[in-house]
Structures are given as C-alpha cells and as structure tokens.
Design a binder for this molecule. Structure first.
Ligand SMILES: NC(=O)c1ccc[n+]([C@@H]2O[C@H](COP(=O)([O-])OP(=O)(O)OC[C@H]3O[C@@H](n4cnc5c(N)ncnc54)[C@H](OP(=O)(O)O)[C@@H]3O)[C@@H](O)[C@H]2O)c1
Length: 342
C-alpha cells in the first residue's frame, strides 16, 4: 500500500529529474499528439518533442489563437513547425470532429498520444451539456479521445510500440471523493448538482478526476493486454509533480503562491516527466503503471485496494455507457479494435 506521507512527497518533489538527453531519440516517421499544448507542461513537452523531429506533431488546443501562438513559439525556438488542431475536451462533438480529422489527415497511424490537458476549478461549473466541467474535461473528454484514437494507436508499428500517456496528479493519493467512488452509480453521483454544491465536494473534484485517469487507464491497459493478436500499445499514467503552470489560474491564494515559490518544479522540468513516459526505452512494453519523478511507483492506496479495482471496472462500464450515448459510432470503433463484443 502507498499512503504517500508528506516527507515522501517532498523527497520526490525535490528529486533531480534526468535531463532530456537521457531519453531523446530520433522521432523521424513518428506521429505525436499532445493535448493542451498551448501552455504549461504540454507546451514544454511539445517543445522537447519538436527538437526530435517527428513526422507530425499535433498540438491539440481548445483555442486556435493560443494554439497557433504555441506553434510559432516552438518554430522560432526549434526550427520545427508543429500543427495546431482545435480540440475542446468539454465537447463530445469536438472530440469526434478531431478524431474524424485525424482519420482524414493523420496518415493512418498514431505513435504517441499524450493526454495532458486538464482544468482545475474551485467551484461548481458545468459544460454546455450539463456535465460538471472537471469531470467532463479531465475524465470523460480524455477517455473519449483515447478510445476514439485507439484504432490509429493500434495501427502504429509494433516496434518499438505505440504509447498512450495520461497525465495524472499526486492529488489522487489524498483527496478523491471516496464516497462517490464507492457509490452505486459513480458518474451520476459525481455529477449530481446538489451534491456538487455541498460544502467540501468541489475541493475533492480535481483529485477525483486524476484518480479516475489512473483507474480508467488501468482498465484500458488490462483490456489491451488481452487483445488477440497481441498489441505493443501501452497505456500509462504520469504525475509531473507540483510545477509552475497556469493550472491554478482560477485559484489565486497567497499560500498557494508561497508553496509554488518554495516547492514547485519549473514547467520545463515537469514536462520532462511527460517526455520520459512517452519515450523512455525502459518503458517499452510496460503498461498499466504509474510514473512519478521518471520512475515507476505504486499509485495511491485506493487504486491498489479491492474497492479501487471494483471502482475502476464500474468506471469503465459507466464511461462507455455515457460515451456510446454521446457518440453511438464509438461502439463500432471499439468493436473493430476488439474491445467490444459483437
Ligand atoms: N502544474 C502542476 O503542478 C501539476 C501537478 C500535477 C499534475 N498536473 C497535470 O498536468 C497537466 C498539465 O497541466 P498544467 O499544469 O500544464 O496546466 P495548464 O498550464 O493550465 O495547462 C492546461 C492545458 O489544458 C488545456 N485545456 C483546458 N481545458 C481544455 C479543454 N476543454 N479542451 C482542451 N484543452 C483544454 C489548457 O488550454 P487553455 O490554455 O486554453 O485553457 C492548457 O493548454 C494536467 O493534466 C494537470 O492535471 C499538473
């Protein structure tokens, strides 16, 4: 079991990370997507990847103007020009449109998908279709995109093997809304407006969605492991640690600023953990793991408990129910991948 005591947290937070050259490689011929790449960890990870010359590097950003600024920033810095494609994870329609565009213009295969985009709000907010926003963007939209792009990941060359990397957080150890995770209908409980408005619920929400990233990725990984013929596609989660970025833009507080000043990694340092998860040679063929400070670590107590495993299975089933309703065609996509029965 892994409780993550404060001194352990600080140990990992201050642990020097490997330099990018430790896992730099020639990405010629590879197609890579980084979500939320207009700023923060996604932008810095994309900058590192650009220097390795992929065939296609797509910055999947919700705001075209900000995404194009990131394209120019990376081009001026590295000489490599990525592409900006619009993707709003708060909209099932946008995810579907993005995947359809990839089908037309992506070149048929996807070598690396880094699902980095996320939001953190202190209060209850909803997307246009009524889903609580963190639940929608951080879990539902992220899961939708991964499943929608699965055919292209599975089509990537088996050597050394495609990778799905989902960015999570150490918050999943401490605050994750245990009551909701143990409830009969997990997503409905989390989306219940009255419950969301109760004192203490929303402060747990970001951590809950980051726990869901781990549970869902584990469920996907275990299903990938049973595919016939076998696939080399791996699905892992990575915690970048506490880093300077605009993630806390909606939560200005002097204590948070002080904590950042004392303990936060630079955005560039944090981004190395994403690139490590996407490229490190020791991770070829390794799936279903949680990475922290560029090392494989045990995730939180709840994840490894029987209750957590049960919650992970429920989450898989309920998420697919929601996604199939939002996009009926997704069922056919998953059937073609061997993840759904006829
Ligand atoms: N920073 C930390 O201390 C820390 C610690 C642990 C984990 N993480 C994780 O690291 C990842 C990156 O976060 P960050 O710190 O770099 O935060 P950030 O600077 O706020 O970047 C988040 C990115 O996600 C994008 N995004 C937000 N909502 C979106 C949507 N609906 N559709 C598409 N993209 C959307 C943002 O786009 P806009 O600019 O348009 O909003 C932005 O590009 C997140 O998964 C976060 O949970 C961060």
């Amino acid at each position: 079991m892994a409780p993550l005591y404060p001194w352990q947290y600080l140990y990992y937070q201050y642990l020097p990370l490997p330099s990018i050259s430790a896992f730099s490689t020639d990405l010629g011929g590879k197609t890579i997507i980084v979500t939320g790449a207009n700023t923060g960890l996604g932008l810095e990870a994309a900058r590192h990847l650009a220097r390795m010359g992929p065939r296609k590097l797509i910055l999947a950003c919700r705001d075209a103007r900000l995404g194009n600024q990131a394209v120019w920033d990376i081009r001026d810095d590295t000489g490599y020009e990525p592409e900006c494609w619009v993707l709003d994870l708060a909209s099932f329609e946008s995810v579907r449109g993005f995947a359809e565009r990839f089908e037309r213009e992506g070149g048929g295969r996807l070598d690396i998908l880094i699902e980095n985009a996320a939001v953190s709000f202190p209060t209850y907010e909803t997307s246009e279709d009524g889903w609580e926003t963190m639940l929608k963007v951080n879990h539902l939209g992220t899961a939708h995109l991964a499943l929608r792009l699965l055919p292209f990941l599975l089509a990537a060359p088996a050597e050394p093997g495609p990778r799905l990397v989902v960015v999570t957080s150490e918050m999943h150890y401490w605050v994750y809304d245990r009551g909701a995770m143990l409830s009969e209908r997990l997503l409905e409980t989390l989306n219940d407006e009255e419950r969301c408005q109760q004192w203490g619920t929303m402060p747990m929400r970001y951590g809950a969605t980051k726990l869901m990233n781990i549970l869902f990725t584990l469920s996907l990984s275990s299903r990938l492991a049973r595919l016939q013929p076998p696939t080399r596609l791996t699905a892992n989660t990575v915690n970048p640690g506490f880093c300077h970025s605009s993630l806390t833009r909606h939560m200005a507080h002097p204590l948070l600023s002080a904590l950042k000043y004392v303990a936060a990694r630079s955005t560039e340092a944090g981004s190395r953990t994403l690139v490590h998860a996407a490229l490190a040679p020791e991770l070829w063929g390794v799936s279903g793991v949680y990475l922290n400070a560029c090392q494989e670590r045990e995730p939180g107590d709840f994840v490894v408990s029987d209750e957590g495993k049960h919650a992970g299975e429920k989450l898989w089933v309920e998420t697919l129910e929601v996604l199939f309703k939002a996009e009926p065609g997704l069922r056919e996509v998953l059937k073609a991948c061997g993840l759904e029965e006829d």
